[in-house]
Design a protein around this ligand. Structure first.
Ligand SMILES: NC(=O)c1ccc[n+]([C@@H]2O[C@H](COP(=O)([O-])OP(=O)(O)OC[C@H]3O[C@@H](n4cnc5c(N)ncnc54)[C@H](OP(=O)(O)O)[C@@H]3O)[C@@H](O)[C@H]2O)c1
Length: 318
């Protein structure tokens, strides 16, 4: 399936109208809990869409959700990889370029046409833009904002009718926005990226406030540095991984599987009273993001930089 070029979100169509649900129809009776005590982490009977799930963190989350019983929609641009993975997981795959302005509505349209409800949406597709502020590349910044911020906002609103329908049938719907520890702390060279994640965190809180009444929970999951394709793209290698491990209380870089447990928590009934917050999965590294001279070091160790680090040395970025 490929992305279509029309902006359907701008012109709601019959597929959208079909999914309109009455406001507050799902709200719990007082004291009622939606958590099933014996299987709080089960996703049996749930339908989940994970954007950017052909690789990296998104792929690991999709596999974990499928293993927990969810019916999974995979998404990415790489049709071949997506369909291969869909075969392995018994999932469906949809292609759309979310860096294009009409990508989110094209993706939403395909899901709206195929599903009556959506229980879980993970806005994971994202890119890390590394550029010092004195060398602004505005087209690249625009692309980062489109993919990291505008796309999740647009996609979530377009799929809200399906999310509300899921809540309507008795279980909260869950939106998980994959952010970064840089939603609160910038690093040299990654300010355009950090700004998108900070805005995504505020979007999360705002959407949680507005959509709690629909039974739609919205949370942010903020990983620290995780070994993925994103690191390869910027040639971030073993030297950087060792630095991250040194300033991480748990003593190592993250693996994609370190992010799947928190994602499962936020997706499932285990987090039925959690909305509008950030769950950080970083081995504690954000506690140690303290600059010392031109280097990132563990605070209080007196570990001085061996040599000055230029701003476009991307060490310290996650
Ligand atoms: N890795 C880290 O250290 C780290 C740390 C904190 C937060 N994060 C966040 O975690 C998320 C995933 O990162 P990752 O490291 O797993 O990245 P990754 O390995 O590079 O995977 C990115 C995924 O997004 C898809 N994607 C990329 N550009 C896209 C576009 N324009 N349109 C549609 N899909 C697109 C890719 O699929 P196709 O190639 O098929 O399009 C791929 O499935 C991002 O939001 C990132 O900011 C990562």
């Amino acid at each position: 399936m490929g992305a279509r070029a029309t902006d359907k979100a701008a012109q709601p169509d019959r597929a959208l109208a079909r999914h309109q649900t009455p406001i507050i129809s799902h709200v719990h009776a007082q004291g009622e809990s939606r958590m099933t005590p014996s299987t709080p982490f089960s996703l049996d009977g749930r339908t989940a869409l994970i954007t950017g799930s052909t690789k990296g963190i998104g792929r690991a989350i999709a596999a974990a959700f499928a293993a927990a019983g969810a019916r999974v929609w995979l998404h990415g641009r790489d049709q071949e990889a997506g369909e291969r993975l869909a075969g392995e997981l018994g999932a469906r795959f949809v292609a759309a370029d979310l860096a294009e302005a009409d990508g989110p509505s094209a993706l939403a349209q395909q899901v709206l046409e195929a599903e009556d409800r959506l229980d879980i949406l993970v806005n994971n597709a994202g890119t890390a833009t590394i550029q010092p502020l004195e060398r602004l590349n505005l087209p690249e910044i625009d692309r980062t904002w489109q993919l990291n911020l505008r796309a999740p906002v647009q996609l979530t609103s377009a799929l809200l009718p399906l999310l509300r329908e899921a809540a309507h049938v008795g279980k909260d719907a869950s939106v998980i926005n994959i952010s970064s520890i840089h939603e609160t702390v910038p690093a040299p060279g990654n300010v355009p990226y950090a700004m998108t994640k900070a805005a995504l965190a505020m979007y999360t809180k705002g959407a949680a406030v507005e959509w709690g009444r629909f039974g739609v929970r919205v949370n942010t999951l903020a990983p620290g540095a995780v070994k993925t394709n994103m690191m390869d793209e910027y040639n971030i290698g073993e030297e950087h991984f060792a630095k991250v491990a040194r300033r991480t209380p748990l003593g190592r870089m993250g693996e994609v599987t370190d992010i799947t447990g928190p994602a499962l928590f936020l997706a499932s009934a285990a987090s039925c009273y959690v909305t509008g917050t950030t769950v950080t999965a970083d081995g504690g590294s954000s506690l140690n993001l303290v600059r010392y001279g031109d280097e990132w070091v563990l605070p209080g160790t007196g570990e001085a930089p061996s040599q000055p680090v230029a701003v476009d040395d991307i060490a310290g970025n996650d």
